[in-house]
Design a protein around this ligand. Structure first.
Ligand code: FAQ
Length: 311
């Protein structure tokens, strides 16, 4: 087939909702943007374990500790499915990890904020997983088969994460005054960074146009952010918390909540590596990788020994 025929066949598949698979012809730019997005997503899951991992030893009781452990383990699993999906596009795991550790690859801005109180565990579940799932449900229908299939399981688990976060905050909301105060203070800190997770506004988003055309993304950053705000306001009422935005108001003409301006300077500052915990997060990942070297060496030695025995 000529290049033009390949391109026409690729676009026809996209149009007809036929998944693109690893061995199919695809434009270089499609491959590149998928590797970029899937690997950033994988890195986010792996770095995303750190803020919560910080509280495993301090969970208030055994039940909460078990739930938190299971959630963090789920996140490791999500990272691994996503690295595997990225590898089907012709990049190695070593290259992906190296891009994270050298600061070449991005990961979600949200994980560069500190977890200061136990309420932050609930707020991450409710708001951060809530925002993640709002974005990720559309990715179950993304055009690249291995990514779409990985997202189905991830979304099921994220939805459990979101509910456990809400349930944990509900317990605090029914607690004493100090607990209610801790809950409100945590929501005050996590609200705006959660809105930033959806990425820059549509007019500033450099990748959206192509990603929407190729059905990698099915909705824009602003559409998803609005859906998240609309869904979250009523949940906040149940928790009895105030969302820290004086401009948050139902707009009957739009049929949506209006909300205030996001601090984009803060967003870009965090994305560029200058957030409150960027350095700490990367250092922790690099150290964990170095400390795990013996496991990788042992696995290779074991595989070689097995090969020799079989020969
Ligand atoms: N943080 O042109 P766009 C989770 C970058 S998983 C950092 O709009 P795009 C689970 C973007 O990469 C959370 N950088 O980009 C969990 C681009 O730079 P580049 C992660 C950001 O790709 C929960 C530039 O800005 N989820 O939370 C961010 O079309 C709890 C211009 O932006 C995913 O990764 C940001 N927030 O749209 C774990 C989902 N936003 O690459 C533990 C998959 C944008 O050109 C605990 N990803 N940038 O150098 C996506 O859907 C998309 O990549 C977006 C961004 C929507 C994140």
């Amino acid at each position: 087939m000529t290049q033009e025929q390949h391109e026409a066949s690729f676009l026809r598949k996209i149009e007809e909702e036929v998944k693109i698979e690893a061995r199919d012809w695809m434009p270089d730019e499609y491959r590149k943007t998928l590797i970029r997005q899937i690997s950033q997503h994988a890195h986010s899951e792996i770095v995303g374990m750190l803020p919560e991992g910080n509280w495993i030893t301090r969970a208030p009781n055994l039940r909460r500790k078990l739930i938190l452990l299971a959630k963090v383990q789920d996140e490791a699993g999500h990272g691994l499915y996503l690295y595997s999906a990225a590898e089907t596009l012709g990049i190695t795991r070593d290259e992906l990890i190296d891009q994270l550790h050298t600061g070449k690859a991005k990961y979600s801005s949200i994980f560069n904020y500190p977890t200061l109180t136990w309420a932050d565990m609930g707020a991450i579940g409710w708001l951060v997983d809530g925002a993640a799932i709002m974005n990720q449900v559309m990715l179950c229908r993304t055009s690249y088969g291995p990514y779409a299939r990985a997202m189905v399981r991830i979304c099921k688990e994220e939805s459990f994460h979101q509910r456990q976060g809400f349930e944990s905050l509900l317990a605090l909301s029914r607690g004493n005054e100090a607990q209610r105060k801790m809950l409100q203070e945590s929501v005050n800190r996590w609200w705006w960074p959660s809105l930033m997770m959806f990425g820059p506004s549509d007019s500033e988003s450099t990748n959206s146009e192509k990603s929407l055309l190729w059905k990698i993304k099915r909705q824009t950053n602003d559409e998803l952010r609005q859906r998240f705000v609309d869904a979250t306001v009523d949940q906040a009422k149940i928790l009895g918390v105030t969302l820290p935005d004086p401009h948050l108001k139902w707009n009957p003409e739009r049929g949506h909540y209006d909300f205030g301006e996001i601090n984009w300077d803060e967003f870009w500052n965090v994305v560029k590596g200058n957030g409150p915990c960027n350095k700490q997060r990367l250092d922790a990942r690099v150290k964990a990788h170095e400390r795990g070297a013996w496991v990788r060496e042992a696995a290779v030695a074991y595989a070689e020994k097995k090969k020799q025995k079989a020969a």
